[in-house]
Design a binder for this molecule. Structure first.
Ligand code: F6R
Length: 244
């Protein structure tokens, strides 16, 4: 069974975090070179920081051009202004956007400070559609199997929506806030359907995620482990490393 599943995905098993980041950067580099005005779906969190460092280096040395690239991020906390240090807009500016030659107007995240969340979710779905969908979607994975902020649930979600974060996600993300009580309870996230419509997906995970990655890739496909749906994606690259 293990081998059958591995035939459907490209699995890159690396030793170190640096090697994982380099392998992911190669996949992004190929994508950007082949389609310089393509749409990249991006993620935040600890896992992709090394990848973003490498993309910034490649841009700096003239190997990669972001001037026509468009980006859509997976998610954003509700209630945080874009300039809040823990907002995902702030994260993206810090780790990628300010370091490459991408026009700010080409970068998109759900607006967590929107007055009307339903209207904001609709706007974001329409935007992704207008851009022609996502060419390459980057994903990390939560300890509970979430992708984006699509938490374990009774069904797989569709488009962008407002979700209540689970206690395990709040605890996992508390490390970036002064205190767990400051982690917002809600977030806006791209839905599972939109993620699955990406023409190519790359899932990045370090050794600390070994157990949930196993469950997601080789266990039953269930909305209780949202990432398990990736097993049926036709163009999935899994890039993992042993190191935590
Ligand atoms: C972040 C996101 C999340 C993270 C996941 C893993 O935009 O969509 O699903 O990818 O929580 O986070 P890290 O990389 O911090 O372990």
């Amino acid at each position: 069974m293990l081998y059958e599943k591995e035939k459907q995905m490209h699995l890159h098993k690396l030793q170190t975090y640096d090697e994982m980041s380099a392998a992911a950067a190669q996949i992004f580099s190929k994508q950007i070179t082949e389609k310089p005005d393509g749409v990249l779906g991006l993620a935040t969190g600890t896992t992709p920081i090394g990848l973003y460092d490498r993309l910034a280096e490649m841009n700096d040395s003239g190997k990669l051009d972001f001037s026509k690239i468009r980006t859509v991020n997976l998610d954003e906390y509700c209630g945080l202004q874009p300039d809040h240090e823990q907002s995902y807009r702030f994260f993206m500016e810090k780790y990628l956007f300010s370091r490459v030659n991408i026009p700010k107007g080409n970068t998109n995240l759900p607006n967590g400070a929107a007055q009307d969340y339903d209207a904001e979710c609709k706007r974001y779905d329409e935007l992704i559609e207008r851009l022609g969908g996502v060419d390459l979607q980057l994903l990390g994975i939560g300890n509970n199997g979430h992708i984006g902020f699509n938490e374990p649930a009774d069904f797989f979600s569709g488009g962008t929506q407002r979700v209540k974060l689970t206690e395990s996600t709040i605890q996992a993300n508390a490390r970036l806030f002064a205190d767990a009580s400051e982690v917002p309870d809600y977030a806006l996230t791209m839905g599972i359907k939109t993620i699955m419509l990406a023409r190519k997906i790359i899932l990045l995970a370090n050794g600390g995620k070994r157990e949930i990655v196993e469950r997601a890739l080789y266990g039953p496909i269930t909305s209780q482990v949202p990432a398990s749906i990736l097993q049926v994606h036709q163009n999935l690259e899994v890039v993992i490393c042993e190191e935590n």
